[in-house]
Ligand binder design. Structure first.
Ligand SMILES: [Zn+2]
Length: 136
């Protein structure tokens, strides 16, 4: 299901010319993880998380009714989030979490920072330099 915050972040990513996959299942040892946005070549997984469902530190709230039910449900969500991210990182992925309250432009800026850090240094020229190899 495409939620509002996810769509906003995807649009902002697209506007920056970055190419991503959505709803791609990443098979890992023992579990499959489905990040909201995946950059396969950069091995970067992005989760866009709802403040309520994933326990945002700024906006987490506890429903008044059925407190035990909700406490357990939200606890399980957070435990699964942590397990997913830990599994991804163990497999060499980088993981970014974007909260639904975050400005999508800030999210994209963080994504671009990861990209910049992940770029390998430019390779040496592929063809030998004739001036260098020439014996004098
Ligand atoms: Zn929040």
């Amino acid at each position: 299901v495409d939620t509002g915050p996810e769509v906003a972040v995807r649009r902002a990513i697209h506007a920056q010319g970055l190419r991503y996959r959505k709803n791609l299942v990443v098979p890992l040892a023992g579990r499959s993880v489905r990040p909201d946005i995946v950059f396969t070549r950069a091995r970067l997984a992005v989760f866009v998380d709802g403040c309520f469902w994933h326990g945002c530190p700024d906006h987490a709230s506890s429903p008044k009714a059925n407190q035990a039910f909700w406490a357990e449900k939200l606890r399980r969500n957070r435990a699964r989030d942590l397990a997913d991210r830990t599994a991804l990182e163990a497999a060499g992925w980088k993981v970014l979490r974007v909260w639904e309250h975050e400005d999508p432009r800030d999210a994209v800026a963080r994504i671009q920072t990861v990209f910049a850090a992940a770029q390998p240094p430019s390779p040496p020229p592929a063809s030998p330099d004739p001036a260098r190899s020439r014996k004098t």
